[in-house]
Design a protein around this ligand. Structure first.
Ligand SMILES: NC(=O)c1ccc[n+]([C@@H]2O[C@H](COP(=O)([O-])OP(=O)(O)OC[C@H]3O[C@@H](n4cnc5c(N)ncnc54)[C@H](OP(=O)(O)O)[C@@H]3O)[C@@H](O)[C@H]2O)c1
Length: 194
């Protein structure tokens, strides 16, 4: 995907219906096809090296209408090969990979600077780690890591992108959580806490 150029607009075909008294021929009245310039939605997804983040990045980047510009972020760029393989064939201006560790606020802020459109329309806070098993089997470090990534990592990411959305009075934030946070289980204390 090297040498990607960013194009802010895309061309889409739209059908419109005009009122019968507009002086046009019947065919034109019924269906006038014209071209409009429409901006792509800029989507930033965290945790795209695998799983749901990777799948969502590929899905949006391969949208047949090219409606999205996807910034797929991951903490370790050495894991990008599989994602690159999955998006091979996608339109070059729908996709870009950036490094971002949600537990490192400097890396989050540096990512904002790299967004060519200077805005994110949809932020997907997907990065997360899981921890299963009885509470007494986990160390303080492993449990704290869950909170650092899943809770404070998500909060830090939102804190970085929310001001821009508020300023534009537009934006959407999607957060991956766990059903364990709602129903809980004896084996999943950390999900219950989140
Ligand atoms: N799949 C499920 O059934 C399920 C159930 C409940 C909740 N969830 C939640 O849904 C989200 C996605 O799950 P998944 O199944 O797709 O998991 P996954 O395949 O393990 O993907 C998690 C992603 O988060 C990344 N990540 C971890 N720590 C990070 C950090 N500090 N900064 C940036 N990225 C980080 C991982 O990167 P690395 O490869 O570098 O580790 C990976 O790309 C997670 O938040 C998870 O907790 C999933």
């Amino acid at each position: 995907m090297s040498g990607i150029t960013t194009v802010e607009t895309q061309t889409i075909q739209t059908s419109v219906f005009l009122p019968f008294n507009s002086g046009q021929s019947p065919i034109a009245l019924h269906r006038l096809r014209f071209t409009v310039q429409m901006e792509k939605r800029v989507v930033l997804i965290t945790g795209c090296s695998s799983g749901i983040g990777l799948g969502l990045a590929v899905l949006l980047a391969s949208d047949s209408g090219q409606r999205f510009k996807v910034y797929a972020t991951m903490r370790d760029l050495s894991k990008k090969e599989y994602l690159l393989e999955c998006v091979r064939g996608c339109h070059a201006d729908t996709f870009e990979i950036l490094q971002m560790d949600v537990t490192d606020q400097q890396s989050v802020l540096a990512t904002i600077e790299k967004i060519k459109e200077n805005r994110v329309d949809i932020l997907v806070c997907n990065a997360g780690i899981g921890l299963m098993g009885p509470l007494e089997c986990h160390t303080y470090y492993t449990m704290k890591k869950i909170f650092d990534v899943n809770l404070f990592g998500t909060i830090g990411t939102i804190q970085a992108f929310l001001p821009g959305m508020k300023q534009r009075r537009s934006g959407r934030i999607i957060i991956s959580s766990s059903v364990g946070g709602l129903q809980g289980s004896l084996n999943s204390k950390t999900d219950m806490l989140l």
